[in-house]
Design a binder for this molecule. Sequence first.
Ligand code: GDP
Ligand code: GDP
Ligand code: MG
Length: 301
Amino acid sequence: MLGVLSKFQKGLEKTRSNLVGGIQKVVSRGKLDEEMLDDLEETLLLSDVGFETTEKILEQLAEQSRKKNAATAQDIINLLREQLVQILTVNRSDINTQKPHIISVIGVNGTGKTTSIGKLAHLYLKDGQKVLLAAADTFRAAASEQLAIWAERVGADCIHREPGSDPASVAFDAIRSAKSKNKDIVLIDTAGRLHTKSNLMQELSKIHRVIDKEIPGAPHQVLLVVDATTGQNGLAQAKEFAKAVNVTGIILTKLDGTAKGGIVFSIAKQLDVPVQYVGLGEKIDDLQPFDAQQFVEALFK
Ligand code: GDP
Ligand code: GDP
Ligand code: MG
């Protein structure tokens, strides 16, 4: 079994060589002057850190470097690391621990919702929680089946209906079942949708309304799944989602598949929603709870 840090390291391989490799090369030249700041800017942008976030990071870096008299390349790297951790540290609201705890998982098609639910279920089960999955993606025939396969793999119960059923009714049945069977966690899979499809966004509201009627205040978490390989485009989508739905956290998937993992800094800074989990591969234990300090440490190791 890999430790958490080495798991992060492995999953972040591409971003590490792109982003941190680039930073080290630039910084090794010595003094933090205008030219070095320009080159750092280019390096950060190439990793998809995004313009606004990059400016913020470099502004802070220049200020701190003056204040603390950064003299060596290592001083500059240390200050940069501090800035990166700070950007990732978004205020997390306390997560309600009422049982059953309802988590709705939403996002665009193909981002990794169903897979992430399977992995999340695995994490919760390892932690001794009783987990129920709800296949509220009734839109595609294969979707329920895919979730049912995950349920079997991880050993969780799963509520599913024939394709075309009302997704709100699947959610409703799942909540009733979770109550009667004393489940701790309900993970609700939903159909992929773009925030621009108003009928689908209404369907999502309806699912959430039905859940709230059964358990006031639920869903307790709404996790938006973002595919890291879609870069700034994915970020733009996420922003629109966050306007339409009360998103409580982000699952950033497929970090293993991109050299542009710098997107994580953009997301934390611009959405003001915490990244809760990151996907680092397709296997069952390739989802990691996100920790800013650990993440940056793994990048620079
Ligand atoms: P959904 O449409 O949002 O439910 O997406 P799926 O869960 O069906 O996932 C779409 C594809 O992305 C599948 O082939 C998954 O195996 C893959 N996938 C999901 N998460 C990750 C990840 O963290 N890393 C990699 N490499 N692939 C992932
Ligand atoms: P409205 O449809 O938005 O007016 O809200 P409702 O509260 O009447 O129900 C919303 C959806 O929740 C329904 O279309 C059903 O799919 C589901 N639902 C509500 N009550 C029940 C129920 O008693 N059993 C089942 N299976 N589903 C229900
Ligand atoms: Mg799916």
